[in-house]
Design a protein around this ligand. Structure first.
Ligand SMILES: Nc1ncnc2c1ncn2[C@@H]1O[C@H](COP(=O)(O)OP(=O)(O)O)[C@@H](O)[C@H]1O
Ligand SMILES: [Mg+2]
Length: 396
C-alpha cells in the first residue's frame, strides 16, 4: 500500500500502456512520461513498439471469439497465457527505453477483448450490458513487479455504459484545439470517430463507432489468399481491383448505418459470419477476387463517409479529419475516403507528426494515470454510462 501511496503522490510518472485491439495483430506497447493529470496532462513518448502475436496464439484467440469454437477451459487458460504475453511486452518496452522495471510507476493494460455485448438487456430482473477482456493483470503485476491498472471497460459497463469508446478521454487531453474542430478518425478492426469541437470541454466531445474498419478487408484477404496474407498491405490488392457499385450499395443497406450515435459495434457483428454472407453474395455476383477486395475497401470508406454526412456534419462543422490506426497505412482505403469526403481535409496522424499506432496504447497509459490520480476517466455522454466513474482495477 505504501508503494501505491508513493506513486499516487507523484506529479510526474513513468507509465507503460498496453493495448491489443479487435484486429488481433499484436500488442501495442508504449512507455511514456506523464506530467500532471486531468486537463493539465502532458505526455512524452519514450518508446513504442508493436509486438506481433505469434500466428499460433493469434489463431487461438480467434477461436475464443466464436461461441461455436470457444470453450470455458480455453478462456480460463488463455486469460493467463495472454497475461504472460502482455507482461513480456512490458519487459521488452522497458528494455527498449533503456530502463529497468523499478523506474516504471505504472502499467495501464487494456487486455484483449474476446466478447462485447453492448446491447442493454433485462435478465431475471437485472438490467445489464457486458464485455470481456482477457490478459490477466495479476500476471502482469507478478511478472513485472509494477503496479498494474487494467480492465477499464467493465467499470463503465457496470454504470450501464457500453464500455466503449474509451479513447476520446485521452484524445481531448492530448489533441484538443482552441481554434479548430477535429474529427479523430481511428481505423482499427472497427472504425471509430471522436469529435473534438474547438475549445471543447469534456462534456462537449462526442464519439461513436462508424462500423467496420479493417475487419472485413482483413478477413476477405485471408480467405482469398488462404491465410498467406492477413491484411492488404498498403492497399496493394485493392488497388488492382475494380469497385462493384451494385454490390457496394447492397452492403451499405446494413441496418447498423441507420442507427443514431452514440453506438458501438464489434466482431460479434462484423466478424466471420458477416464475411460468410459477403463471400456468398460475391460468389452470386460472380466477382473476381481483387474486385471483391477493392469493393470491401470501398465499403469501409463509404460507410465511414456516410456516417459523417448523416450524423456528423448536420450537427457539427469539421475543420480537419485526422486518420489513425492501422487502416491509415492502407493507401487505397485513404484514397477512397478522401474521394468520398471531397471537400474535407483528410490527413493521417503520421502526416501531422504523431505515430498512428501508438495512439491507443498511449490512451491506456493516460487512463491509468487518471485512475491513480483519482479522476473519473470515462465520458458518460460517449459511452452512455449513467454517470462518471473511475475506471480500472488496481493490482498491487
Ligand atoms: N501497411 C498496412 N497496409 C494496410 N493495412 C494495414 C497496414 N498496417 C496495418 N494495417 C491494418 O491495420 C490493422 C491493425 O490496426 P490497429 O489500429 O492495430 O487495429 P486494432 O486496434 O483493431 O488492433 C491490421 O489488421 C491491418 O488491417
Ligand atoms: Mg492492433
Amino acid at each position: 500500500m505504501q508503494r501505491l501511496q508513493k506513486v499516487m503522490e507523484k506529479s510526474s510518472r513513468i507509465v507503460i500502456g498496453l493495448m491489443s485491439g479487435t484486429s488481433v495483430d499484436g500488442i501495442d506497447a508504449v512507455l511514456v512520461k506523464i506530467d500532471e493529470n486531468g486537463i493539465n496532462t502532458k505526455v512524452d513518448m519514450l518508446a513504442f513498439e508493436n509486438y506481433s502475436y505469434p500466428e499460433e496464439i493469434r489463431q487461438r484467440i480467434f477461436t475464443l471469439f466464436n461461441p461455436k469454437t470457444s470453450s470455458v477451459d480455453q478462456i480460463c487458460h488463455m486469460n493467463f497465457l495472454l497475461g504472460n504475453v502482455f507482461a513480456e511486452a512490458a519487459w521488452k518496452i522497458i528494455k527498449k527505453a533503456g530502463l529497468e522495471p523499478k523506474d516504471v510507476d505504472l502499467i495501464g493494460s487494456h487486455g484483449q477483448t474476446i466478447y462485447h455485448l453492448p446491447e442493454l438487456v433485462q435478465d431475471t430482473g437485472y438490467q445489464l450490458r457486458s464485455t470481456l477482456q482477457i490478459g490477466e493483470p495479476s500476471v502482469i503485476a507478478e511478472r513485472t513487479g509494477i503496479i498494474t491498472v487494467a480492465d477499464f471497460r467493465v467499470r463503465d459497463v457496470a454504470a450501464l455504459g457500453q464500455g466503449a469508446p474509451l479513447v476520446p478521454y485521452s484524445e481531448l487531453l492530448l489533441y484538443g484545439q482552441k481554434e479548430e474542430t477535429l474529427a479523430l478518425q481511428n481505423i482499427g478492426g472497427i472504425a471509430n470517430v471522436t469529435l473534438l469541437p474547438a475549445g471543447a470541454s469534456l462534456e462537449q466531445i462526442w464519439a461513436f463507432d462508424n462500423g467496420p474498419g479493417n475487419m472485413i478487408i482483413d478477413e476477405v484477404v485471408q480467405r482469398i489468399t488462404k491465410s498467406e496474407q492477413t491484411y492488404d498491405q498498403d492497399g496493394k490488392l485493392a488497388k488492382q481491383g475494380r469497385v462493384n457499385e451494385k454490390f457496394l450499395n447492397q452492403l451499405m443497406e446494413d441496418p447498423y448505418f441507420q442507427i443514431q450515435p452514440p453506438k458501438t459495434t464489434g466482431r460479434e457483428y462484423f466478424g466471420s459470419s458477416y464475411v460468410d454472407r459477403v463471400m456468398e453474395g460475391a460468389t452470386k455476383e460472380g466477382m473476381e477476387a481483387m474486385d471483391l477486395i477493392a469493393t470491401v475497401t470501398a465499403f469501409t470508406a463509404r460507410s465511414i463517409a456516410h456516417s459523417y454526412k448523416k450524423y456528423v456534419f448536420p450537427r457539427q462543422s469539421v475543420d480537419r479529419i485526422i486518420v489513425s490506426g492501422g487502416g491509415s497505412y492502407n493507401k487505397t482505403l485513404i484514397e477512397f475516403l478522401q474521394k468520398e469526403l471531397k471537400d474535407k481535409v483528410v490527413q493521417t496522424q503520421e502526416e501531422i507528426g504523431f505515430s498512428s499506432d501508438a495512439k491507443e496504447a498511449i490512451a491506456f497509459a493516460v487512463l491509468a494515470n487518471e485512475t491513480i490520480s483519482g479522476n473519473n476517466n470515462n465520458v458518460p455522454q460517449v459511452t452512455g454510462a449513467k454517470h462518471g466513474v473511475i475506471m480500472g482495477k488496481i493490482i498491487l
